[in-house]
Design a protein around this ligand. Structure first.
Ligand code: HEC
Ligand SMILES: [Cu+2]
Length: 366
């Protein structure tokens, strides 16, 4: 350090600020964009890249403000230090221009970050049309994936007794929608410790996560633009086996995916067909038609995605959560113009997988 420059405090400080800022900007840019990174695995989706851009912007702008603020603090400590015993502090009231500027500039930056974040969050939460749907079942402490074809993917155990995580195979470059639920460890059990509990599905490479909540469906989507194997973690502490609650997503070209799915699904009944069988076996058919005719309850034909007026006012869109609730607890919402208290309560009568299958059946009744 040149002692002359140190005496010239302001020159030292300005050059220090400039060099420190440049250094921090360059190293954080390098951390955010090079692979592998200390913070996160490489971004493998478009949204992940956008999330990283926001974070990098926040990091760099915070660092610049920090350096300006703390640098300024030290600069003023030095510049206005008391030089003689008789130095008096100047009488300073306020400065409108300065106060306006230091409020307005942060305001503009915050609004910019707000709208930017809003846009990315909106895209993250809006599932594109034509997404491949995969059901995700979470339980203490594992994941299970179910495709429309009826193919079920579970975890396994290798020759050494090590767990092989369940692997969700998906086509690369195609949006995938996950419909997620938390299930009991054992369907028949009434033990409290076997209740479904809260989990959260986190794909670090896609920078998306979503809670998996007992008693309802939650959704999320992603679209990998490079083939590869990506980790999934449970990111809601759910008990002793939480850290082992891992899964994998394998993104492969569409043709390989089609081949995998058809090979793996041979011999299984599609979810919709399973649902159709249950529709007969569980007596739904006696009160709900599949062809548009009115029986005791509303028809299932063209119900999916339609608007349903409710008894007592209000309306809902017929989606997974409305169907699930209507099946398990019919009294919760009564379809306008239909009798209440007629439909039996199916909670405890149908497993989560059966409810899912019936919903998939209703979805295809266009
Ligand atoms: C004894 C007759 C009866 C049976 C059996 C029955 N339901 Fe219903 N269901 C009704 C009636 C009546 C309604 C309308 C009143 C209401 O919303 O509860 C209804 C409403 C529904 C709704 C809401 C539909 C809408 O368009 O708003 C769904 C979904 C449903 N039932 C599914 C099923 C399924 C699945 C089964 C078989 C597992 C089944 N129901 C068995 C009588 C029945
Ligand atoms: Cu968990």
């Amino acid at each position: 350090m040149n002692p002359y420059r140190f005496v010239n405090g302001h020159r030292f400080i300005t050059s220090f600020v400039a060099r420190a800022t440049a250094g921090v900007v360059m190293s954080s840019a390098a951390t955010a964009w090079s692979a592998p990174s200390t913070y996160m695995p490489p971004a493998a989706t478009k949204i992940a890249g956008e999330v990283d851009s926001i974070y990098t912007f926040l990091l760099i702008s915070s660092l610049i403000s920090f350096i300006l603020l703390i640098g300024g603090l030290f600069y003023f400590i030095y510049k206005y230090q008391r030089k003689t015993a008789n130095d008096k502090t100047a009488y300073i009231t306020h400065n409108h221009t300065l106060e306006f500027v230091w409020s307005f500039i942060p305001f503009v930056i915050f609004m910019f970050v707000f709208f930017w974040g809003w846009k990315v969050y909106h895209d993250m939460r809006t599932v594109p049309e034509g997404a491949l749907e995969v059901q995700v079942m979470a339980k203490k402490w594992d994941w299970r994936f179910i495709y429309k074809s009826g193919r079920v993917v579970t975890s396994g155990v290798d020759d050494n007794g090590q767990k092989i995580p369940a692997t969700m195979v998906v086509p690369v470059g195609r949006p995938v929608k996950l419909i997620m639920a938390s299930e009991k460890i054992n369907e028949a059990s009434t033990d409290r410790s076997d209740r479904p509990i809260l989990h959260s599905f986190f794909i670090p490479s896609a920078r998306v996560k979503q809670d998996v909540v007992p008693g309802r469906f939650t959704m999320m989507w992603f679209n990998f633009d490079q083939p590869g194997d990506y980790w999934v973690f449970c990111t809601e502490f759910c008990g002793a086996g939480h850290s082992a609650m891992k899964a994998q997503i394998k993104a492969v070209p569409q043709a390989d995916f089609d081949q995998w799915l058809s090979a793996e699904s041979s011999g299984t009944l599609s979810l919709a067909d399973q649902g159709k069988a249950l529709y007969g076996a569980k007596a739904c058919v006696g009160c709900h038609s599949a062809d548009g005719s009115r029986v005791v309850g509303p028809t299932f034909k063209a119900a999916w995605g339609a608007k349903r007026n409710l008894e007592g006012g209000g309306s809902v869109t017929i989606d997974e959560n409305y169907l699930r609730e209507s099946i398990l607890n019919p009294a919760a919402k009564i379809a306008a113009g239909y009798p209440a208290g007629v439909m039996p309560v199916y909670a405890g009568q149908l497993s989560d997988d059966e409810v899912t299958a019936i919903i998939e059946f209703i979805k295809i009744l266009k």
